[in-house]
Write a protein that binds this ligand. Structure first.
Ligand code: AMP
Ligand code: TRP
Length: 337
């Protein structure tokens, strides 16, 4: 391996904490599927990241299989992409440690996700939660990944990955790690909470009515969209008029992303419609797109041994790609003997 050639390669991951929600699907998984076949790709269930906050061990193991089932059900093909869980490839933790020694405390202090998650409780959260972005950098750089499809909330962490790569290369006088690009979607890169259009939809929000879970039933999906907060105005005739209407814009973006079109096209079709018309149309669309994935996840979860087999095989392939990169890193750093 010469230090300066970087074959295009995709890496991304999702934490197995709580179930998958619509933001994970539109911001991440659907785009993973879209990139499949364009270049070599690794999609990871990042279980080591999940334990930065407490996880019940039985639920964590279940959640890992469930995210893997979500990947498969949405269309990731283990013969085309490498699907695995992070803890099976120990090189992630090893490179993560080296990056803990490259990253600066001041960089970590600027991470907005840490500030949001720790809130006023920063003294009590785990050290892992604070160091998490350097493990994420290790996930990516362990494979010399050049492209990282993520939702908008992860942009800062991918930028930090570049900073770590650049500092490592500079400090050791090498050109070893690539400067990785975040690949962020143009629409639905930040799916918002259904009850508050200024907050991100997440697995951990207080009320289940805030989010659409991938395993919700058709009735739950319809009810959540029906009760989604909106302003009283109908849909505008021009997309620009959504600018100061976060809830309305969110529903239009979700519709556009689910139907593989643009907000402009949605407005061209539904502009002027009231919520009594648009919300049921959105619910029908969501059910049509999500129900087959949810059904397939249920089917796959009936055979956990098959999921484990796919993850173990993926881990072997991932470990084989990681080994020479970790070994070379050790040599560069002077860890040998
Ligand atoms: P997480 O569930 O935090 O592990 O997130 C996994 C992936 O889903 C990351 O690429 C996130 O950026 C993406 N993601 C999570 N929530 C959202 C959201 N509300 N909108 C868009 N992308 C999201
Ligand atoms: N930090 C990401 C999140 O919370 C998950 C993640 C971990 C990840 N390692 C990654 C995403 C590497 C992309 C690449 O959503």
């Amino acid at each position: 391996m010469t230090d300066t050639t970087f074959t295009p390669r995709v890496f991304s991951g999702i934490k197995p904490s709580g179930g998958l929600q619509l933001g994970n699907y539109l911001g991440a998984i659907k785009r993973f599927v879209g990139m499949q076949g364009e270049m070599e790709a690794l999609y990871c269930v990042v279980d080591l990241h999940a334990i930065t906050v407490w996880q019940d061990p039985v639920e964590l193991a279940h959640g890992t299989r469930e995210v893997a089932a979500g990947y498969l059900a949405a269309g990731l093909d283990p013969t085309k992409s490498i699907l695995f869980n992070q803890s099976r490839v120990s090189a992630h933790a090893e490179l993560g440690w080296i990056f803990n020694c490259v990253a600066r405390v001041g960089w970590m202090n600027r991470m907005t996700q840490f500030k949001d998650k720790a809130g006023s409780n920063a003294e009590k959260v785990s050290l892992g939660l604070y160091a998490y972005p350097s493990l994420m950098a290790a996930d990516i750089l362990l494979y010399h990944a050049t492209h990282v499809p993520v939702g908008d909330d992860q942009k800062q962490h991918v930028e930090l990955t570049r900073d770590i790569a650049a500092k490592f290369n500079h400090d050791y006088g090498v050109d070893f790690f690539p400067l990785t690009e975040p690949v962020i979607g143009t629409h639905a890169a930040r799916v918002m909470n259904l009850r508050d259009g200024t907050k991100k939809m997440s697995k951990s929000g207080e009320s289940d009515m805030e989010r659409i879970n991938m395993r919700d039933t058709a009735d739950q999906i319809a009810k959540k969209f029906r009760k989604a907060r909106t302003d009283p105005e109908p849909l505008p005739e021009a997309v620009e008029s959504l600018k100061d209407r976060p809830e309305a814009r969110n529903l239009v973006e979700i519709y556009a992303s689910l139907s593989d079109t643009t907000p402009e096209a949605v407005i061209a079709e539904h502009g002027g419609a009231g919520w009594g018309t648009f919300k049921p149309a959105l619910a029908d669309l969501a059910v049509a797109k999500l129900a087959p994935i949810s059904d397939e996840m249920t089917r796959l979860m009936d055979d956990p041994a098959e999921i484990d087999r796919i993850l173990a095989e993926g881990a072997d392939r991932a470990a084989a790609l990681a080994a020479p990169i970790l070994q070379r890193t050790y040599e560069i750093v002077g860890l040998r003997g």
